[in-house]
Design a protein around this ligand. Structure first.
Ligand SMILES: Cc1cc2nc3c(=O)[nH]c(=O)nc-3n(C[C@H](O)[C@H](O)[C@H](O)COP(=O)(O)OP(=O)(O)OC[C@H]3O[C@@H](n4cnc5c(N)ncnc54)[C@H](O)[C@@H]3O)c2cc1C
Length: 510
């Protein structure tokens, strides 16, 4: 008997989950023990905003069996090497990079300790990495001769979410054996023990299954509406609850394609700016408690108007409202929620797709075949996912609490300790006496490494003021000097050896 996985929802979460499960539990062939059916409502549109990914997406695509070339061509995609934060401090011109490549020597020796020892001179990111330098020049993260998915600098992507879903749909159904059915889930039938037995669609079809994955986005059809699993609002910590999104064309075909998501702070939120091959995705995410939509749209339009590389004609916008937060638990009986149905907080640091990938991988690897296994796995999944949400919330909040902006109640309220989580306050206390270190966390499933925390903390001007020089560092000096020389060599090489994003992607198209 095959285990049948029924996925409700054909957005990015649904198709990524289908692809990941199918690639780790082959559906085709006589020996197959798994079946995957994906249901999609013809009436409910996908959210489809998510345009920035983490480097994890390279492994996901490779694992699913999609070539990088096809992906880049089909999805209007480009390379993302970092997030660039502009104006997050009082000085409007201040910026820093949070790149995807860890500091040189990471795991061998701590250049963060070395930088702190040296009295925190200049910009932390350029002390420990050359990636920001490459981003400033809109360069690719890979030498042209490197094979698909290999890198010189670690990278993810910027992509057109609608095209990405179309590619995944085609690949999963044509190559991996996923069954696709259109229909709106209208009712849910249960077994006596409360587990889901089947779903009825508006066209009368009934779909039975063993495991049901709720990828129905904000509708949250199974975990929310059916099971009524409580929603944990995080509005008191992360205030942003509205986004105004626009898609803007380039003025010229040769306009540079940025290698980083640019996040520019505003009085009541921030503006994201994501460069694809043919256009830029730009949007303003803000807190409605502090600013109305009209004012936020004006801010967005001013940003667009101030950029000579953007075509100003017919810029239309779309408003998306959300309650920042997540479910209290994510797996109940034989139903597990992935994607927006499980939770969503603002898009800073692009944490949504990576959580989808990680959740789907875990489920795909452990795919429960009996009710007993299901019960144990559900408990573990809930613990792990709750810890991940806590981590995401703390890491996003970190960007705000470190700001010295006082120009609005929005920023001042972020700095009030009452809006901080206990775990974040604790971590900040620890970092006061030592830079984030490799082994400071006991969470094996951690999403954000200590490297990420270093980039944000020190980029925002935080200093470990109680730091006592590490006794180890003098012994490690030759090693540290070697890594620093390597960074300098990289800086010298990138200009001559790396193509710009535009050049690389144009070559690829040809
Ligand atoms: C402003 C903004 C910016 C973002 N930026 C990023 C980013 O840069 N990086 C990132 O990782 N993420 C980002 N995200 C998040 C990202 O867009 C989502 O995580 C992603 O689109 C996944 O959505 P989903 O598949 O869970 O839901 P959806 O795309 O909403 O899909 C839901 C699916 O469920 C189906 N459905 C609903 N009800 C029913 C029903 N009754 N029966 C059958 N089917 C049903 C719908 O038809 C649809 O196919 C952003 C989100 C927002 C709002």
């Amino acid at each position: 008997m095959k285990t049948r996985v029924v996925i409700v929802g054909g957005g990015t979460a649904g198709w990524l989950t289908a692809g990941i499960i199918a690639s780790r539990n082959p559906l085709l062939g006589e020996d197959s023990t798994t079946e995957v059916v994906l249901l999609e409502s013809p009436d409910v549109k996908n959210l489809g905003v998510g345009e920035g990914t983490w480097p994890t997406m390279r492994d996901t695509l490779k694992q699913i069996g999609i070539s990088e070339r096809a992906f880049l061509r089909c999805c209007d995609a480009s390379f993302k090497q970092a997030s660039k934060f502009v104006g997050w401090r009082q000085d409007a011109n201040h910026y820093y990079y949070h790149p995807f490549t860890a500091p040189a020597g990471y795991g061998v020796v701590s250049l963060a300790d070395d930088w702190t020892d040296a009295g925190c001179p200049g910009d932390f990111e350029s002390w420990v990495s050359a990636q920001g330098h490459a981003c400033e020049q809109h360069l690719t993260p890979k030498l042209p001769q490197l094979p698909e998915y290999a890198f010189t600098y670690n990278y993810g992507y910027h992509l057109n979410a609608g095209k990405f879903v179309a590619l995944l749909h085609e690949h999963c159904t044509d190559r991996l054996g996923v069954t696709y059915r259109q229909g709106h889930v209208t009712s849910i039938e249960s077994h006596e023990n409360g587990a889901i037995k089947s779903l009825t669609l508006d066209n009368g079809n009934v779909v039975e299954g063993d495991l049901f994955v709720d990828c129905s986005g904000f509708s949250s059809v199974l975990i929310g509406k059916h099971y009524q699993v409580p929603f944990v609002s995080q509005r008191g910590v992360l205030f942003n609850d509205t986004a105004i999104a626009a898609q803007v064309n380039y003025t010229e075909e040769q306009t540079p394609i940025a290698s980083a998501t640019v996040a520019t702070a505003q009085s009541h939120g921030w503006i994201w700016d994501i460069a694809l091959q043919s256009r830029r995705g730009i949007g303003h995410v803000f807190a409605s408690e502090f600013c109305d939509a009209e004012q936020a749209e004006q801010t967005l339009r001013r940003y667009i108007a101030g950029d000579a590389n953007l075509l100003q004609d017919d810029v239309t916008t779309r408003v998306i409202r959300f309650d920042p937060g997540h479910r209290k638990y994510f797996w109940h009986h034989n139903c597990v929620a992935i994607g927006v149905s499980a939770g969503f907080v603002e898009p800073l640091e692009a944490t949504a797709l990576v959580l989808i990938e990680k959740s789907a991988e875990w489920i795909a690897d452990q795919l429960p075949r009996t009710p007993a296994a299901m019960q144990v796995l559900a408990k573990r999944f809930n613990q792990m996912t709750n810890a991940r949400w806590q981590e995401i919330i703390d890491f996003i909040k970190l960007h705000y609490v470190l700001s010295d902006r006082t120009d609005s109640a929005y920023w001042r309220t972020h700095q009030h300790h009452e809006s901080w989580t206990e775990s974040l306050s604790e971590a900040l206390q620890l970092w006061q006496s030592q830079p984030p270190g490799l082994n400071e966390s006991n969470n094996r499933q951690e999403l954000f490494s200590s490297a990420s925390k270093q980039y944000v903390l020190f980029g925002m001007g935080f200093r470990s003021t109680d730091w006592q020089t590490s006794g180890l560092l003098p012994l490690q000096k030759p090693l540290i000097e070697r890594f620093k020389r390597e960074i300098q060599q990289h800086v010298n090489r990138v200009n001559t050896e790396l193509l710009t994003n535009r050049e690389y992607l144009q070559k690829l198209k040809r």
